[in-house]
Write a protein that binds this ligand. Structure first.
Ligand SMILES: Cc1cc2nc3c(=O)[nH]c(=O)nc-3n(C[C@H](O)[C@H](O)[C@H](O)COP(=O)(O)OP(=O)(O)OC[C@H]3O[C@@H](n4cnc5c(N)ncnc54)[C@H](O)[C@@H]3O)c2cc1C
Length: 432
């Protein structure tokens, strides 16, 4: 049965209650739509790991009225992309954040525990909109509506009828499989170790409000404080060896992590030795989908455009998707839903340039209200695109005025950052 409480408004079923699904629920609800989120887990939980909450996401959290609360548990960065040399910690590059960040990008940049961020979003959504223990199984679309089938752990099956479906079911999206051609995962040859370290056992330099990246032969090591400074988050990217598991929950071995960083600065070994467990995630790349919507179904977040984690933007992009979809759908009657989604996917879709002159009322509305940025150019932060030292945090990747395709990764980042990332895994001999 549908959970619809207000038959006059568009019914939107969201599959998946990760960061993207919850963000979509909050934006769609704010747009006056009748939202229900269906999550396979019996309770919401995030992995024990940190996340960079970049300014493009912080601005949207403010729009949801959650920005002040974010600041109560997240750590505000004073500097980011602080690159250090692997053996001795010499600083190679640093990007000041602090007040400069707000001036350039309209918001501060934070680092947070993923669980705290998820709780913030969950608490903002009235419980009646969230249906746990609903594993999406299948979808069937008619001219007028969509029927979704869910299974509970007990084996009980539920059918839900909706006007629109949003697939926010993550990197291994089942909904994507139903509406889009198979997306091949290309193994990157790398994997990420992730762990948390109590601040009391961490070296002093790791407690600074700085996102620090140590660069060395074939590897890099990232750390920043989270949870009000009580923990240090560690992400280490290394050659994967024979590790192929792409999962948030797969356990790795601390000893394997330590071995990868033999000969690196002792402070990193202090961090590794102070962790009690580690997760290990094999990194796969995926070509962008041609289309993120089909009929009444749209994908967002990792389901639509999973990306490698090097720019710490996946969740922020899911947030942007959520805000854009809400703007596309808020003025729509149930009948022309597919058309609205298709138009929305014009500016969500990496392959589809959108001409502002061809804007329909929905896209025009999105533009004039400035979904993500300023009224004149919603996806561009003008201050950021004036060639300042900092990255634009991806907003100019979506310049619908010029119709640029989306993931031109290098474009908005400072040269040094780009160079650092590119060299990272290539010029190993030079750095040894
Ligand atoms: C090592 C690493 C570091 C990262 N660091 C950052 C960072 O610093 N900043 C950043 O912005 N991004 C970062 N990312 C990317 C970010 O984590 C993801 O892009 C983001 O979590 C995607 O959110 P999502 O809501 O699309 O998917 P998910 O968070 O994966 O949520 C999907 C949800 O759908 C549910 N689900 C799945 N299948 C079904 C089903 N059949 N039925 C019902 N429910 C289902 C799942 O249980 C889950 O709750 C990082 C990624 C990695 C791997």
């Amino acid at each position: 049965m549908s959970m619809s409480s207000n038959p006059a408004s568009l019914r939107v079923a969201i599959v998946g209650a990760g960061i993207g699904g919850l963000a979509a629920a909050l934006f769609l609800r704010r747009a006056g739509l009748d939202v229900s989120v269906y999550e396979q887990a019996v309770e919401l939980a995030e992995v024990g790991a940190g996340i960079v909450v970049a300014p493009n996401m912080v601005r949207l959290l403010h729009r949801l009225g959650l920005g002040d609360e974010l600041a109560t548990f997240a750590v505000r960065l004073e500097a980011a992309w602080e690159f250090r040399r692997w053996r001795d910690g010499r600083v190679l590059f640093v990007q000041p954040m602090g007040e400069e960040c707000e001036r350039l990008y309209g918001a501060h940049c934070y680092v947070a525990h993923r669980a705290d961020l998820l709780t913030l979003l969950q608490d903002a959504l009235p419980a009646r909109h969230l249906c746990l223990d609903h594993r999406f199984v299948d979808v069937r679309e008619t001219d007028d509506e969509v029927e979704l089938r869910f299974a509970a752990r007990s084996g009980r099956e539920t059918r839900v009828v909706s006007d629109v479906v949003i697939g926010a079911d993550g990197i291994h999206s089942v909904l994507r499989e139903k509406i889009a051609p198979k997306v091949d995962a290309r193994f990157s040859g790398l994997c990420a170790f992730r762990c948390l370290v109590p601040a009391a056992k961490a070296p002093g330099m790791a407690l600074r409000p700085v996102q620090t990246l140590w660069l060395g032969p074939g590897r890099h090591f990232v750390h920043y404080p989270i949870s009000g400074g009580r923990l240090v988050n560690v992400v280490a990217i290394v050659p994967a060896g024979d590790w192929r598991t792409e999962s948030w929950t797969a356990d790795g071995e601390i000893a394997d992590l330590a071995r990868e960083f033999d000969g690196w600065d002792n402070r990193l070994h202090q961090l590794i030795a102070s962790a009690t467990s580690t997760k290990r995630w094999a990194l796969y790349d995926r070509a962008p989908l041609e289309q993120w919507t089909k009929g009444r179904v749209a994908l967002l977040g990792d389901a639509a455009h999973a990306m490698l984690p090097f720019f710490a933007q996946g969740a922020a992009q899911a947030f942007e998707d959520a805000a854009v979809l809400a703007t596309c759908l808020r003025t729509v009657d149930p009948s022309p839903v597919a058309e609205a989604l298709r138009r929305g996917s014009g500016f969500l879709n990496p392959q589809a340039p959108v001409s502002p002159t061809a804007a329909t009322p929905t896209t025009a509305d999105a533009q004039s209200k400035g979904v993500l940025g300023t009224p004149a150019a919603p996806f561009v932060n003008p201050a950021a695109s004036k060639g300042s030292a900092g990255g634009s945090f991806v907003l100019d990747l979506r310049d619908i005025g010029t119709g640029q395709p989306r993931y031109k990764w290098q474009k908005p980042l400072p040269l040094l950052v780009t160079r650092g990332i590119v060299q990272l895994h290539r010029q190993t001999a030079d750095r040894a």
